[in-house]
Design a protein around this ligand. Sequence first.
Ligand SMILES: Nc1ncnc2c1ncn2[C@@H]1O[C@H](COP(=O)(O)OP(=O)(O)O)[C@@H](O)[C@H]1O
Ligand SMILES: [Mg+2]
Length: 284
Amino acid sequence: MGGNNGLGRTSAPVPQYACMAGVTMLQVDDIHLSFGGVNALSGVSVHAEKGKITSVIGPNGAGKTSLFNVISGFYTPQSGKVVLDGQEISRLKPHSRAYRGMSRTFQNIALFHGMTVLDNIKLGAHTNLKSGIISAGLRLPSARREEVELDKTIQRDIVGLLELDHVKHKHVEDLAYGLQKRVELARALVMRPKILLLDEPVAGMNREEKREMSRFILGVKKDWNSTVLLIEHDMAMVMGISDHVVVLSFGKPIASGTPDEVRSDPAVIKAYLGTADEPVQNAA
Ligand SMILES: Nc1ncnc2c1ncn2[C@@H]1O[C@H](COP(=O)(O)OP(=O)(O)O)[C@@H](O)[C@H]1O
Ligand SMILES: [Mg+2]
């Protein structure tokens, strides 16, 4: 993905090694996080390989969202480190991590009502536009040019891929839930992130919406060679689309492997059957 990314930021040519299999894009090592007396994460490590979908699963309260908050910089762990594309980012603030290529969606929808789908997607770029708010406000030519480039990127690459063309001028609050989640995914893609963090992207969806969202996440992986770190409660969805799965239970890693390896792991079966969650199963 060398060249201009359509956002006024010229990215360096992609180094040779990045095209080979088995490159670690995100490395999370030995994270310990506690809140008062509660150990939310104890010794959690996750490696997300470039161009693959890595998932973190676990029953409610297992520490999934806490792990995402550590990775994106909202929580500071007591120990452990986070390395993105070979550079340690453990001490960076969330916006600096975003600038370095980390993008996320939230467990609860965080779109702006009263704004169209396109405008909501565009917001995914505004922290990073070179010209900034002031020149954009003054409508300087450089800001205008960036905006036009951004529009092109969104319309050509994102709206098409995520099949949002028919709703792009609608207000987000008028869309069905599944479509709103898709708009969030679109917004997270605008900066062409090095890693896309998805926090329970199918929570609250019906079966058809889940199937659609899985299809779009696979589409992003295939068309953009994106690296995805997914946290999800829905076993069937995770097993259907992941290359690698890490299982947490009460803040501790209890298993890691391919979906098949994890599905048949006695510790995983016990963790899930010990709760009111659905049993381990194949994707529908
Ligand atoms: N901001 C916080 N303050 C106190 N406790 C928290 C906070 N965030 C998470 N926890 C606790 O950490 C544990 C893991 O929670 P969470 O990461 O939300 O799990 P999951 O996303 O897997 O359901 C829970 O015991 C939860 O109560
Ligand atoms: Mg959660």
